[in-house]
Design a protein around this ligand. Structure first.
Ligand SMILES: [Fe+2]
Length: 155
């Protein structure tokens, strides 16, 4: 942890950084899972799904940077390499044998549900720890109109 002028105790900052590390790992993992689906989907609806999966990857990919930077603002080191993400993420591995479109859709929807539940839990946990702005930061990510959590939970 690096010293900074954020008006929270070192104990609070350290606990919040711990939660943010988990979110950073899962955002990085989730982004790579959407890319996997984008690259590998086959079948009659291939092209439409190829585009949809890339949209998901872009939305999640845009969340990685603000999560990592919130973490460093609080004094942490953003453990954001792919290898660190693989260790830190609790999202189950993507079913890499998946081929057809709707199987990819279901696999990605399951992974997104896991990812989005993690964001809700992070928001609650950080609120309990005592950092309301960072809790709100996750609430905004959850409800942002383009967020895949909102549209994909209907599948
Ligand atoms: Fe592409």
């Amino acid at each position: 942890m690096y010293p900074n002028r954020v008006a929270l105790s070192d104990e609070i900052k350290s606990q919040v950084v711990g939660v943010l590390q988990e979110r950073l790992a899962e955002a990085t993992d989730m982004h790579s899972q959407a890319k996997f689906a984008h690259w590998n989907v086959k079948g009659v609806n291939f092209y439409q799904l190829h585009l949809v999966f890339d949209h998901v990857a872009k939305v999640i990919g845009k969340q990685i940077d603000p999560i990592a930077e919130r973490l460093t603002q609080l004094g942490g080191v953003a453990n954001g390499t792919i290898r660190q993400a693989a260790i830190g993420s609790k999202i189950p591995e993507y079913p890499v044998e998946t081929i057809n479109g709707m199987d990819h859709v279901r696999a990605l929807a399951d992974a997104l549900a896991h990812y989005c539940q993690g964001m809700r839990e992070a928001s609650e946990k950080i609120d309990d720890i005592g950092d309301e702005p960072t809790s709100d930061f996750f609430n905004e990510l959850i409800v942002e109109p383009k967020n895949s959590c909102i549209s994909w939970n209907r599948i």
